[in-house]
Design a protein around this ligand. Structure first.
Ligand code: SF4
Length: 473
């Protein structure tokens, strides 16, 4: 029993969103803007939310469980003020779900205070934690993000820039970091740039955010993406940027485009909405089937269905409706109710479906539970044929870089062929976009992580020696 992630526990889940803003006008209160920024990143994490702020005298923070709007009541938000602030939304399996693991992590020490908000997963967190514990550093949480704050704190006497570079040289894995000190806002992205981070501008300050939609939400102007292996330091006087690693190789998470990111975001120069339309067009080219209607599973399947319709001439319609009010934290009391939950979240428009051969476009199939239920409710609504098309390749491997993936044995594409899977979900036909097709939908240029599809990861991962290997896709 536990939280049922929205689509019947059948999706991969982003673990965090980060946001920071620093005004060069010290009279400005930016905390309400962080609130709006976090609001627009809510899709990246729903378990906890937090904000830390500096006002020239002290650093203060508030964090709690639940959605941004649930925890940050006007009263709680009103307790924080400052011209610099960082915020975080979290959905995580790295560290249990508890208030101790909520971020930002704030550390106060002799030389000052720092707050760290982290999106990603460190692959060497255990080793670094042990080294720090041996050196007498105490931890209050099980989150690997606390490792980062303690490493920075330990090196802080060398100066901020050196402390950050030393910390970043030490940690491995994926990270998009926003760090607040007593007089600076800092952003850093791992040498592969696996998790997104971008830079924006306000009239008198600067923004760092996981996605560009959060910059739009606060009326800011998108400037550029933070580069893989880059640190950006924003102070009252200036904005400094340097590269901390010569060994950078872009490997942005391709699943950001498939499902995680909002369609109104642009990540590393690729418009998320357009990439989903293109994925649908490519699916139409790769695996068209004669049909009377194409529909998309909301939300991310919808642009792909539009693209599929354009490419194949199949009429596009709104056949599936999603309840706006079933959040990802909706609780289903047991497994059978959990399976039924797909009908709570998604229902079909009978008049659109009845008597038709229907193509359904979904963004991904993880466990297969949603697809099976969808096929069943479409047949019940009178669909003559149901063909499933998926705009990501089969998910066969776990993610080690900040995405909550089920165990390998629970990934329905691991060990099942496409035809076995088609039979298991009861569809008339099933096809996935090819890896090459997905790359073409992004921009055809490469520079993406495809680990959960291919088993080829951009860096060595714990327990697997799979870098450079292929599952034979
Ligand atoms: S393994 Fe998959 S989910 Fe994880 S970073 Fe790579 S593409 Fe994204």
């Amino acid at each position: 029993m536990g939280p049922i992630p929205g689509d019947g526990d059948d999706k991969l889940y982003e673990e965090c969103g980060v946001f920071g803003i620093f005004s060069q006008n010290t009279q400005r209160d930016v905390v309400p803007l962080v609130y709006y920024g976090l609001f627009s990143l809510q899709h990246r994490g729903q378990e906890s939310a937090g904000i830390a702020a500096i006002n020239g005298e002290a650093m203060d923070s508030r964090k709690g469980m639940g959605l941004v709007g649930e925890f940050f009541t006007p009263d709680v938000l009103g307790q924080l003020k400052g011209y610099g602030a960082v915020g975080h939304v979290r959905y995580s399996t790295a560290g249990s779900s508890s208030i101790e693991n909520a971020q930002p992590f704030v550390s106060r020490f002799k030389l000052g205070s720092i707050a760290v908000a982290h999106n990603g997963t460190l692959t060497n967190a255990d080793v670094v934690r042990e080294l720090l514990e041996d050196a007498g550093v105490g931890f209050i949480s099980s989150s690997d993000s606390e490792v980062i704050v303690n490493l920075i704190a330990k090196n802080y006497r060398k100066g901020l820039e050196k402390a950050l570079t030393d910390t970043i040289q030490f940690i491995k894995g994926s990270y998009a970091l926003v760090v607040l000190t007593d007089n600076a806002l800092v952003g850093a992205r791992d040498p592969n740039g696996i998790r997104p981070l971008c830079l924006g501008k306000t009239e008198d300050g600067w923004i760092l955010a996981s996605e560009s939609c959060a910059i739009d939400a606060v009326g800011g102007e998108f400037v550029r993406d933070v580069e893989p292996g880059e640190v950006v330091i924003i102070t009252k006087e200036q904005v400094l940027s340097f590269s901390f690693s010569e060994k950078t190789r872009r490997a942005v998470c391709s699943f950001e485009y498939v499902y995680f990111a909002r369609p109104d975001s642009v990540i590393d120069g690729v418009d998320v909405y357009e990439s989903r339309i293109r994925a649908g067009e490519i699916l139409g080219r790769e695996s068209a089937v004669a049909a009377d209607l194409v529909i998309g599973v909301p939300d991310s399947g919808v642009p792909a269905a539009i693209g599929y319709g354009r490419a194949t001439g199949t009429p596009y319609g709104l056949g599936i409706v999603k309840s706006k009010y079933v959040g990802r934290t909706f609780i289903a009391p047991d497994q059978s109710l959990r399976e039924r939950a797909v009908s709570v979240k998604h229902n079909v428009i009978h008049s659109e479906i009845k008597g038709k051969r229907v193509v359904v476009i979904d963004d991904s199939i993880v466990r297969g539970t949603t697809s099976r239920r969808l096929v069943a409710i479409l047949r019940k609504a009178g669909a003559r044929e149901v063909h499933i098309r998926v705009c990501s390749p089969p998910v066969r491997c776990p993610c080690y870089f900040g995405i909550d993936t089920p165990h390998r044995k629970d990934l329905i594409s691991n060990g099942n062929s496409v035809s076995e899977l088609c039979e298991a979900i009861g569809a008339d036909s099933l096809a996935f976009i090819s890896v090459e097709g997905l790359l073409e939908a992004l921009d055809g240029m490469g520079g993406y992580c495809l680990g959960c599809f291919t088993g080829e990861y951009p860096m060595p991962v714990p327990g697997e020696d799979r870098e450079g290997m292929s599952d034979g896709l």
